[in-house]
Design a protein around this ligand. Sequence first.
Ligand SMILES: *Cc1c(COP(=O)(O)O)cnc(C)c1O
Length: 476
Amino acid sequence: MNHDEFRKYAHELVDWLADYLQGIEKYPVRSPVKPGEIKAQLPLSPPLSGQPMDAIIQDFKDIILPGMTHWQHPCFFAYFNANNSFPSLLAEMLTAGMGAQCMSWQTSPAATELEERVMEWLRDMIGLPADFTGVIQDTASTATLCSLLSAREKYSDFQVNEKGFSSQPRFTIYCSTEAHSSIERAVKIAGFGRENLRKIRVDDDFALVPGALKQEIVKDIAQGFTPLAVVAAIGTTGSTAIDPLRVIGEICREYGLWLHVDAAYAGTALLLPEMRHIIDGLEYVDTFVFNPHKWMFTNFDCSAYFVRDKGMLIRTFEILPEYLKTKEGQRVNNYRDWGIQLGRRFRALKLWFVIRSFGVDGLRAKVRNHIAWAQALAEAIEASEDFDLLAPTPLAVICFRFRPTGLVDEQQLDDLNARLLESLNETGRVYLTHTKLKGRFTIRLVVGQTEVQESHVTTAWGLIQEQARRLYAGGG
Ligand SMILES: *Cc1c(COP(=O)(O)O)cnc(C)c1O
């Protein structure tokens, strides 16, 4: 492909994308294909000679597109959103086009310095104190792993890095039973061992019970363990429950524990000053992560990791082989030492485009709407005779189930709701997913897609009621 062809196809694909996004509501939100259906259409071996771009693009439309779930559909109410937006897309195009490897200051000074600046912006935008320093990671899973590795090195005086665990005490880590699976994975990868992760029980609202945390810490100390770190969830994945940060922080202070906050989804809500009460207790926090790639209209991947002590982070990861030495040395930030991977994409650019194009007030307006529409739906569900809320709705995720009058058998209710969920998703008009709360099958509805409007939410609610009643009338 030459320059002229690149220009031609790039224009063609941008037009296609604009049409796609404009007409996205005509696609089924969740891809209806069966397992193996896409792969069966792909040749067993790669072409030996190059093929024309027209053919490749045609196959993209014919083979790939039907196998895509449309995450940018406004009726995508599943999981958490992975939003993009027009400014984010444009920046991502530039990032790919320049193809820079942003591991050191010298390998693209603008990438490093823009990242410094937008992370300062972001820190201030969500109300973190000025002594936090930010760095962009690929995902919250990585940021949480970085946090636990930093804690490990701090408490072992950097000896695990040097000698391994052999002469170390048995460290224990704490989170709630509702915490994200990435914490367990980080505990495994960091070498603590899964059996040294203590999952603390939650209250009726699915928030960690601090008294139980303290008891467990005391018990562990008595049994010869060394409590090391707590991961508090501000917005759990199941029901967006909010752990009581201040009380947890006080316990961490009392016992000298590291405190990491996982606000992967909920961090975006902190753009709203009226939501900042959920992070009361920040003075006790060592590290904090949230994902602009979930709810802040910045396409995957972009996770904002903030640390109180950047020296601790850098000392944990620093490594300096000859081929990476540059004349600027310590005078500049070399982000390769701020995380696990060496190579880094230029992710700050899309954040900069998004923040500037929406403006802080523009971002706030969207998030405020999402929360308001979710609250209104939660109220409608609460008021409805045959639907129940199964968790509080502190943000924009509603946890509910269908419970027709007279049906009390829990197993039957689980089955009925599983069938309701599947029948909703099969319509192609909405996509919702589920969780289990107190052992019960729970349908989750996340209001948060970039282009979602109140009408999409009310239409979804209408569809849910219609399907539920049809399903139940049709034999329970
Ligand atoms: C989504 C989520 C994660 C994982 O995020 P990734 O960026 O995909 O690693 C972690 N914690 C919570 C609370 C989440 O909601």
